[in-house]
Design a protein around this ligand. Structure first.
Ligand code: PGA
Length: 259
């Protein structure tokens, strides 16, 4: 077990409404209070609900994150949300490079690199996602794809502390499908990610970065993923919309870290 504080992120995606989002946040903070110290917990609601959900989370030990941001500082970019706007709302974290943005919206490796840079310029901490498609996997290209994605995402960015960077390995074919890689496969990819971080930064920095697994993580499988010394937590989609499931995952992750 590493000395890194484990990390669980809940990505609500384009789900909930205002009342439902606030209620979900309220239920989560009341149940998560007891496990705060064993685990860092992040919630990423949709943009329009950031402020209301942020008010619920304030001072309750659960962190507020956004699901994306623009690579531009501001100006005539219809429909975009800048990192500065997020920081202004009290948002501390932003997810960048989620596969639904890479593959669904066509965000390129280079664009993602510029987004990480912009987020850092505004002092946001980043959850940088990477992951191979099923086709890449069958072609034996998983490690190469991950390396290319992360190199482009991180090459220009600087981090004051390794705790400001979280990397989430999320195989595209595992997201929302109920399928997961074997623990060994996920562990191997996470090991590759940490070696890459050593080469991009240095070993001291790399050893403090939390490297997560994401993709159909549920209460039933969270403990087996987190048992790997290479997996420092999870990025949770579907199961983060259920208080019981999300709390159970956070408990499993925090419990593992406390031995
Ligand atoms: P899932 O999504 O947990 O619903 O598979 C994970 C993610 O997209 O981060």
């Amino acid at each position: 077990m590493s000395t890194r504080i484990p990390f669980v992120g809940g990505n609500w995606k384009m789900n909930t409404n205002l009342v439902g989002g606030v209620e979900l946040a309220q239920a989560l903070v009341s149940q998560l209070a007891s496990i705060e110290s064993g685990c860092e917990i992040l919630i990423c609601p949709p943009f329009p609900y950031l402020q209301s959900v942020g008010q619920v989370l304030k001072g309750r030990g659960v962190l507020l994150g956004a699901q994306n941001c623009s690579d531009e500082p501001g100006g005539a970019f219809t429909g975009q949300v800048s990192a500065a706007m997020l920081a202004d709302l009290g948002v501390e974290w932003v997810i960048i490079g989620h596969s639904e943005c890479r593959h669904g919206l066509g965000e390129s490796n280079e664009l993602i690199g510029r987004k990480v840079l912009q987020a850092r310029a505004e002092g946001l901490k980043t959850v940088v996602c990477c992951g191979e498609t099923e086709e890449d996997r069958h072609a034996g290209r998983t490690h190469e794809i991950i390396e290319n994605q992360l190199r482009a995402a991180l090459v220009k960015a600087t981090f004051d502390r390794s705790e400001s960077l979280v990397v989430a390995y999320e195989p595209v074919w595992a997201i929302g499908t109920g399928m997961t890689p074997s623990i060994d496969d996920a562990e191997n990819v996470n090991r590759t990610i940490r070696s890459l971080l050593v080469s991009l930064y240095d070993s001291q920095f790399a050893s403090g970065v939390r490297v997560l697994y994401g993709g159909s993580m549920k209460p039933g499988n969270a403990a087996s993923f987190i048992a790997s010394p290479e997996i420092d937590g999870g990025l949770i989609g579907g199961a983060s919309l259920s208080t019981d499931d999300f709390v159970a995952i956070c408990r499993a992750v925090a419990g593992a870290s406390q031995g």
